[in-house]
Design a protein around this ligand. Sequence first.
Ligand code: NAG
Ligand code: NAG
Ligand code: NAG
Ligand code: NAG
Ligand code: NAG
Length: 304
Amino acid sequence: MLMFYIIMLINCINAEHYDCIQIGHEFEDGFESGKDKQCESLSNNYSYYFNKNFTYSDLAFNCNRTYLDGKFTMTSSFDYWDANVIEVMDKSQLLYMEDFIHIMNLSLEKNLYYFGLVIDYIHLFKDGESINKFIINNPVNNKRCFDVTSFNDNSAFEINKNPNDHYLPEDFKNGLDMSDGKAYLISNNRLMRFCPNGIDLDTSVTCTMNGNNYNLSYSGNGNQLFNYPHCQCDDSGETECILNIQQNLNTVDFNNNIIKYTTLNIDHDIILYNFISDKQINVNDDITLLIAPVSSIKEYTQKI
Ligand SMILES: *[C@@H]1O[C@H](CO)[C@@H](O)[C@H](O)[C@H]1NC(C)=O
Ligand SMILES: *[C@@H]1O[C@H](CO)[C@@H](O)[C@H](O)[C@H]1NC(C)=O
Ligand SMILES: *[C@@H]1O[C@H](CO)[C@@H](O)[C@H](O)[C@H]1NC(C)=O
Ligand SMILES: *[C@@H]1O[C@H](CO)[C@@H](O)[C@H](O)[C@H]1NC(C)=O
Ligand SMILES: *[C@@H]1O[C@H](CO)[C@@H](O)[C@H](O)[C@H]1NC(C)=O
């Protein structure tokens, strides 16, 4: 009996907060809706709640608010899911595939880490006749910079290159001004970081390598080499890059890539092959670091 009441209570809360709640993984699966709500209509003023993978591909869709809660993937093979406000809930991490969303008003709850990992394209609108411009709302009482979106390619913004319509990377050059703070692009324009008013940009970016073969690029052979799309971040010194290597890797081949601007953190025994240069290596006590073959070390400039 107690169980029954608890479930009832949860349902009531949800129904009050959101007009339409995702049921399945596709639009066609429909929505759990409050009374008289036509959640399948393509243009409305309702609020939608998502907490699991969702695929949308019909016609352009527009609603008032979309709440995203949890870690999941949003995919569109063609059309867009738009909302006047995208509300990303605490500790959520979304992966957008294809051109899922036009982002305008982005609200973020506190303690947020990455809101989006964008594969392919993203539209961040400038002011238009019928469309609000892209803004980020600082979480209430937040006083530190936080990461908003990670891109696997710095051309993610440049779809159809119409600068009157949406922001391009150069708009973020000295921080894109918003009422709550500034948005920056760092790490080769692959990471969007937001700093609230009065807080200076912190440019340090930490990446972890999960594979044995170093590559500057996130994608390659299917298994992702780094923990985020904006990794590896080595970018002419504008970003303070820190590279960790996953605990269970005993060897890493750097393939003679020159990583001049990265600080490498070594916290377990490891052999590095074809390793050319590095800004600095930090090695924990009692750790054996071997760099081989020695003859390939041409610009061995790190301070240990
Ligand atoms: C949404 O609400 C606004 C303001 O109340 C109204 O002008 C508009 O027509 C509504 N849109 C839809 C699709 O119902
Ligand atoms: C849009 O959502 C906000 C917040 O939930 C609400 O206050 C507002 O009335 C909604 N707009 C329309 C036109 O329904
Ligand atoms: C969600 O999609 C991702 C790939 O985009 C997949 O790896 C994962 O298993 C899916 N999860 C569910 C619950 O379907
Ligand atoms: C964006 O959303 C925030 C929070 O809901 C709201 O206060 C603000 O008025 C919205 N701005 C625009 C331009 O819609
Ligand atoms: C590095 O990434 C590029 C571009 O994605 C890919 O073509 C190449 O095969 C990758 N190299 C390795 C060693 O994985």
